[in-house]
Structure formats: C-alpha cells, structure tokens
Ligand binder design. Sequence first.
Ligand code: DGI
Ligand code: FE
Ligand code: FE
Length: 189
Amino acid sequence: MDRSEALTLVEPHLTKARFEHTKRVAETATKLAKMYGHDTIQADLAAIFHDYAKNRNKDELRQWIVKESLPQHLLSYHHELWHGPVGAILVKKELGIDNEAVLSAIRWHTTGKAGMSLLDKIVFLADYIEPGRQFPGVEEVRTVADNDLNLGCWLASRNTISFLMSKNQPIYPDTFHAYNDLLLQINKD
Ligand code: DGI
Ligand code: FE
Ligand code: FE
C-alpha cells in the first residue's frame, strides 16, 4: 500500500485536526526511521494508521475490547488508552493491514510497554514530539530524539507519568513497564 492510499483510507475516520496530527506524526516517524536505521516506508504507514480508532465513540471502543478479548482491565483505566489496542484490531479487520510490526506499533503507541521494537519506539516518540505538540518539556525531548532514541522515549514516558500523577490520574501498568525497561536500556548504553 502506498502512502496516498493509506491517507485516503484513514482520512474519513478522523476529524480534520486529528488527520493533520496524523500527517505530522508520519513525517516525524519517517525522519526517526531514517536516523535510527528502520524501513522508512513501514514507519510512515504505521504512523498514518496509529490513531485510526481515536475518533470512535467510547461505547464502540468498549464493545471491541469485550468482543475481541483484549485485556479486560483496560476497561478500568481511562478510555484514552483504548484507541491503540482497538485501532490495531480495526485496521486489520477493516483495511486488511496484517503486518504484525505495524499492528504492534499501533497497539502500543499510547502506553508503550517493556520490550518495545524499534518501530514501536519510533511511532511512540513521533506521536509525542510531532511539531504540533506543546507539552511542557517537549522541546528537550525533541533535541534528545535527534541523538538517542531510548532516552527520547524514556523522557516522553517520564513526562507523561509525571503529568498524569500531577492530575491524580491512574497509570496503566504498561506505561510503568515502558518507563522501567527504557531506563534499563539507557543505563546499559
Ligand atoms: O492519541 P494522541 O492524543 O495523539 O496521543 P496518545 O495516544 O499518546 O494519547 C495521549 C493521552 O493518553 C494523554 O491524554 C495521556 C494519556 N495516557 C497515556 N498513558 C496513560 C494515559 N492516561 C492514563 N490514564 N494512564 C496512562 O498510563
Ligand atoms: Fe493516540
Ligand atoms: Fe497520536
């Protein structure tokens, strides 16, 4: 599938703002793939599909989690966490995307997890640093992302956890697993 076909498939499922975000994530993921030696076409496609389920309503997302036997504890956490795992299922069912590496990057793009692949990391970080993002501290993460993928992902994960804790929000276990695992990898480097 080429990028224009992918964009045409995704566009009707997203709001205008979400589609613009998607295109910026794809450009950022392509740059990171080039820097860190990953297939750029695959990174571009994974990023184009990463938020495929973002604009589905909560009830539909909930129903897919039940029907597809995704981890049911997802339902006890914030519904923001549902669009990644459900998105991976829906791009397969509705668009026929069956590349496991791409599906994994979509699945884990919000929380991360321990043992992320290179492509998982590229999409996770591109989503955090795309040029439209204005999180506190994002500029530091952008600078680090040019030199050290693991450190960039760890900083993104740390900032997200700090932000959620400052709001007294629950933190999904895989979010912590990503933080710990990335820290171990950084200390090994
Ligand atoms: O879909 P996007 O907005 O592009 O970005 P995303 O998929 O990274 O989702 C970001 C949201 O998810 C943001 O509001 C923070 C939230 N989030 C990330 N990890 C966790 C989380 N929310 C909770 N409650 N727990 C988490 O572990
Ligand atoms: Fe997302
Ligand atoms: Fe996103």
